[in-house]
Design a protein around this ligand. Structure first.
Ligand SMILES: [Cu+2]
Length: 169
């Protein structure tokens, strides 16, 4: 009877230990070789104080600014990779509209009057995952609050929201 009782506690302890280990991995956040939990739909690189959409940017060559499109209603992951020696931010009014944003990595939350986003430390990366909100506008700006506040600053880009029906592949 006593043995059975102690055994019952074991799985819970193991689960707790695993959670602790996962938490520690998440907090260390080092190395680009670290496996991602899931493949990002969009990858945005911050380099030489500019944004570069290296994945998921079908519009990248047709526009003067970095841009990517997201289908409304979809659960998507955006990877932000900072390759500079200074911190950068990714801030957008779109993220203000999105609910339950899941943020993985070392991220400092950034709020402005009109937008929400994260700060990514030098040589670090952050993954954002959220359901693309159905919005009344189909075009949002994103920017780095440190190097892209003004309209002619370098660190600015655009996000286009696609109608879910049109974008179904
Ligand atoms: Cu910046």
């Amino acid at each position: 009877m006593k043995e059975a009782k102690t055994c019952r506690h074991h799985p819970r302890l193991i689960a707790f230990a695993i959670l602790l280990a996962l938490g520690m991995i998440g907090m260390s956040g080092i190395g680009s070789s670290e496996e991602l939990l899931y493949e990002p739909d969009v990858v945005v690189v911050m380099k030489n104080k500019a944004f570069q959409v290296v994945k998921g940017g079908p519009l990248e060559n047709s526009l003067p600014t970095p841009a990517f499109s997201l289908p409304a209603g979809m659960d998507l992951a955006i990877l932000l990779r900072n390759e500079d020696e200074v911190a950068h931010e990714f801030v957008s009014p779109l993220l203000m509209k999105a609910e339950d944003i899941e943020i993985s990595g070392h991220a400092t939350i950034v709020y402005t009057l009109t937008a929400f986003g994260v700060r990514v430390e030098p040589r670090d990366r952050v993954m954002l995952r959220f359901i693309v909100p159905e919005a009344s506008v189909d075009r949002f700006h994103f920017w780095c609050n440190l190097h892209g506040k003004l309209l002619n600053d370098t660190m600015r880009g655009e996000i286009f929201i696609l109608d879910a029906k049109q974008s179904s592949k």
